[in-house]
Design a protein around this ligand. Structure first.
Ligand SMILES: Cc1cc2nc3c(=O)[nH]c(=O)nc-3n(C[C@H](O)[C@H](O)[C@H](O)COP(=O)(O)OP(=O)(O)OC[C@H]3O[C@@H](n4cnc5c(N)ncnc54)[C@H](O)[C@@H]3O)c2cc1C
Ligand SMILES: *[C@@H]1O[C@H](CO)[C@@H](O)[C@H](O)[C@H]1NC(C)=O
Ligand SMILES: *[C@@H]1O[C@H](CO)[C@@H](O)[C@H](O)[C@H]1NC(C)=O
Ligand SMILES: *[C@@H]1O[C@H](CO)[C@@H](O)[C@H](O)[C@H]1NC(C)=O
Ligand SMILES: *[C@@H]1O[C@H](CO)[C@@H](O)[C@H](O)[C@H]1NC(C)=O
Ligand SMILES: *[C@@H]1O[C@H](CO)[C@@H](O)[C@H](O)[C@H]1NC(C)=O
Ligand SMILES: *[C@@H]1O[C@H](CO)[C@@H](O)[C@H](O)[C@H]1NC(C)=O
Ligand SMILES: *[C@@H]1O[C@H](CO)[C@@H](O)[C@H](O)[C@H]1NC(C)=O
Ligand SMILES: *[C@@H]1O[C@H](CO)[C@@H](O)[C@H](O)[C@H]1NC(C)=O
Ligand SMILES: *[C@@H]1O[C@H](CO)[C@@H](O)[C@H](O)[C@H]1NC(C)=O
Ligand SMILES: *[C@@H]1O[C@H](CO)[C@@H](O)[C@H](O)[C@H]1NC(C)=O
Length: 625
């Protein structure tokens, strides 16, 4: 909005504000309820009230200041302004929510019993997902407040945690937050569950919009979109709906929805906007491929529907372009597929009894079946764990997942590899189990993964089909996985392919379409090392083990939600040939960089100047260079 001389708001002013907001483009679901604001802002000076106004997209221009605005800066909003934000958002503004581990540190909220309670369950996502600020990666937060028995932070400071949080339950709350951040230049972050590996839901002294309580789920019997070539049932889910919630709701309707394996992941926030892989991806594609429509608050503060006919370019970007970049999603409509029986199997073996050569021959044999297994529509989630102290390697399948397959079909797929393991004398006990539904199979097959690791980051690679097409290439890939194990990397692999049945034109990384093996490896460092030592280890990991993986898969990519903040050339890695268009759409939909996420589209323009020089959120967000 154009600023006028200070004064109180006139009716004519509001009419103008409304007109500007609604004239830009037609289907604005619900512009800010200005009549309601009018009452609340009666008598409030224009300088203050204008902080809350929706911009016309055309008047958005970047500001020149080097950093976002922080406490202590002259232009940091006044207490009165924050109080106004609180009032306008129905008193849903949380002020300096305490880190959970504050109960462990004297001087804050010290409580020894509570401290031992949270310490005991610290690695469980369930203990963090309902928290307004907590992120599952303390490494990305800056390690400033952990339970001392997990990691001694010596002190409990806010570090990379935001300062204010809007506990949003209505689009209006989000519109006000976005407007306030854009008009004040305070750093804005968006948090859903906090699962992101890179900590993209955090930001020091930021204003955070928390989408976790958008929990509505509606079943739509018949949704039809000619352009997308879809006609059938759908679910409309709030941005805060998590895997365990949508899978249950879908199952109750005799349906399945494409979501992640991890039970607490926020399916309709970061997961789906970033692409999202699933136990159903070899059958139905990525999470983003399922999207029929988004409701979203734009950087201008407008609340719009993005679908194949309404803002199709925004719709394109939101399907794979990544969270916290183009807008704040409030709900997502996705395809609902028929429920199906599923067969799953978990088993493991180690090198302890058979020795290294035989163990690795068993792994090498498995690599021969990655293409046929993915082509058969299955998904295998397995880990390779080295133990440096004993020299023993462990392989663990957890699980091999065969949606829509009978017990016999699944056993037939696994048999060729199992026969070779038997011939090698590797003992293992595959419990192949048939379930009547995807839902039951999912519930009993996947472990609840540990979060809050203190000295780990993960790099990842989407290994394409050509890495498995010849004996030579399979041998090369196998040698590289083995070398990573020998270098003490814990590896997590997903053998699947991201089919594209609807020939979806969206922003999903094209590297997914070639994928046969999505591989992660983790680097660990001594917890008591200096920041310089840690940074060196992390850089060597990127230049070493990760670079080897890149070298054998030229032109392939990495997955933006399960990756490392130090991934080089991340635009190419996360989006490949789609990156140039995404940059254009970022400039169109968020020219002021209201939204930022590390390694997000357009994030090259910014950098977090962290307190310890490590890649984390504990510092000001400033222009790069
Ligand atoms: C234990 C575990 C299991 C996992 N399993 C899988 C899996 O099976 N498949 C898979 O693909 N990934 C998986 N992931 C990765 C997961 O997809 C990402 O962590 C994803 O970012 C989670 O989204 P979130 O909204 O829950 O998390 P958050 O960390 O809260 O958000 C992630 C990003 O999205 C942004 N964002 C969140 N909500 C919104 C919104 N409403 N509008 C705009 N931006 C938003 C945030 O700002 C942030 O940048 C797993 C991660 C963990 C820790
Ligand atoms: C925005 O920037 C452009 C190019 O610098 C300029 O032409 C335009 O007048 C600016 N608009 C506003 C509203 O400041
Ligand atoms: C703890 O934090 C406070 C406030 O930031 C600071 O003054 C103090 O020096 C810190 N103490 C230690 C031991 O780091
Ligand atoms: C956030 O809002 C929800 C829904 O009103 C409420 O249940 C929850 O307690 C709130 N959380 C916090 C931390 O205020
Ligand atoms: C959620 O559903 C309830 C009941 O149908 C409705 O009143 C509410 O407005 C919905 N909330 C959102 C954010 O859609
Ligand atoms: C897309 O959204 C607009 C605005 O809500 C709506 O009018 C239109 O019917 C939707 N398109 C489809 C294909 O559903
Ligand atoms: C297996 O390899 C590991 C790592 O290379 C080594 O430490 C260990 O001693 C080897 N075990 C045997 C039995 O040779
Ligand atoms: C699941 O199996 C049934 C029966 O074999 C088949 O008709 C259906 O197409 C399969 N679904 C998928 C998604 O492959
Ligand atoms: C096999 O797995 C199923 C499902 O997880 C479980 O119920 C069953 O007890 C297991 N059987 C054995 C012998 O471990
Ligand atoms: C990382 O931290 C874990 C847990 O404290 C510890 O067991 C492990 O030894 C650490 N790793 C390294 C390389 O120090
Ligand atoms: C870190 O801890 C290890 C094992 O506890 C110890 O050997 C090493 O000297 C410590 N390093 C520093 C820098 O304190």
């Amino acid at each position: 909005m154009e600023r006028r001389s200070p004064g109180s708001l006139s009716a004519a002013f509001w009419i103008t504000a409304f007109h500007v907001a609604s004239s830009y483009a037609s289907p604005i679901l619900s512009p800010l309820d200005l009549s309601h604001l009018d009452t609340k802002l009666k008598g409030v000076p224009l300088e203050l009230s204008s902080l809350f106004l929706t911009d016309s997209l055309r008047s958005l221009n970047g500001t020149a200041s080097r950093c976002k605005v922080y406490p202590g800066d002259q232009t940091w909003p006044s207490d009165e302004a924050w109080a106004k934000l609180d009032g306008l958002t129905d008193n849903r503004l949380l002020i300096q929510p305490q880190p959970q581990a504050a109960v462990c540190y004297p001087g804050l909220a010290y409580d020894a019993d509570k401290c031992s309670e949270i310490t005991a369950t610290w690695g469980r996502s369930y203990e963090h997902m309902d928290d307004p600020i907590e992120m599952m990666s303390p490494v990305a937060q800056g390690m400033t407040c952990l339970p001392p028995n997990v990691f001694d932070s010596h002190n409990c400071t806010r570090g990379g945690f935001p300062m204010y949080v809007i506990n949003a339950t209505e689009p209006k709350h989000i519109q006000l937050g976005v407007n306030f951040a854009r008009n004040t230049n305070v750093r804005l972050v968006v948090k859903n569950t906090g699962h992101d590996f890179l900590g993209k839901s955090g930001g020091k002294d930021a204003l955070s919009i928390w989408t976790h309580h958008f929990k509505n789920i509606t079943f739509i019997e018949e949704y039809s979109d000619e352009k997308l070539g879809y006609s059938g049932p759908a679910f409309k889910a709030g941005a805060g709906v998590q895997a365990f919630e949508i899978y249950k709701a879908a199952s109750e309707k005799g349906r399945v929805v494409v979501g992640g394996e991890g039970e607490t992941v926020g399916i309709f926030g970061g997961y789906i906007q970033g692409g999202g892989h699933s136990p159903l991806t070899s059958l139905y594609g990525t999470g983003a491929d399922q999207v029929l429509s988004y409701d979203v608050v734009t950087a201008a503060g407008e609340f719009v529907t993005a679908n194949s006919t309404s803002y199709p370019d925004l719709f394109w970007a939101l399907r794979g372009g990544g969270g916290s970049t183009f807008g704040v999603v409030t709900s997502v409509t996705v395809k609902a597929h028929p429920e199906m029986p599923t067969t799953a199997s978990r088993f493991s073996f180690t090198s302890e009894k058979v020795g290294n050569a035989t163990f690795w021959a068993g792994i090498r044999a498995y690599v021969d079946y990655f293409i046929p297994n993915a082509d058969a529509g299955t998904y295998a989630y397995f880990v390779l764990i080295p133990d440096i102290s004993t020299g023993i390697f462990t392989f663990s399948m957890s699980p091999f997942f065969a949606p829509n397959k009978t017990l016999e079909e699944t056993k037939a797929l696994l048999q060729p590899w199992f026969t070779r393991l038997d011939d090698l004398g590797i003992a293992f006990d595959p419990n192949v189990t048939y379930f009547n539904s995807f839902y039951e199979a999912w519930r009993s097959s996947f472990p609840l993964e540990i979060v809050q690791k203190i000295n780990v980051t993960t790099g990842s690679r989407l290994f394409p089909r050509c890495n498995f097409e010849t004996e030579e290439k399979r041998e090369e890939l196998y040698r590289n996985l083995r070398e990573s194990s020998e270098n003490n990397r814990v590896q997590v692999h997903f053998n699947m392919k991201a089919v594209d049945p609807a020939n979806a034109d969206n922003a999903v990384n094209p590297a997914w379409r070639q994928n046969i093996l999505f591989s992660q490896q983790a680097v660990r460092w001594p917890v008591n090392g200096t920041a310089e030592e840690t940074l060196k280890i992390r850089q060597e990991f990127q230049a070493g083990d990760m670079q080897r993986w890149r070298d054998i898969s030229p032109g392939a990519g990495s997955y933006l939600a399960e990756s490392d903040r130090l991934e080089p050339n991340f635009g190419q890695a996360f989006w490949g040939s789609k990156y140039p268009r995404l940059l254009q759409l970022k400039a169109k939909w968020d020219p002021k960089d209201v939204f930022y996420a590390t390694t997000g589209v357009g994030s090259e323009r910014w950098t977090v100047e962290s307190a310890d020089g490590l890649p984390n959120e504990n510092g000001k967000l400033c222009r790069a260079g």
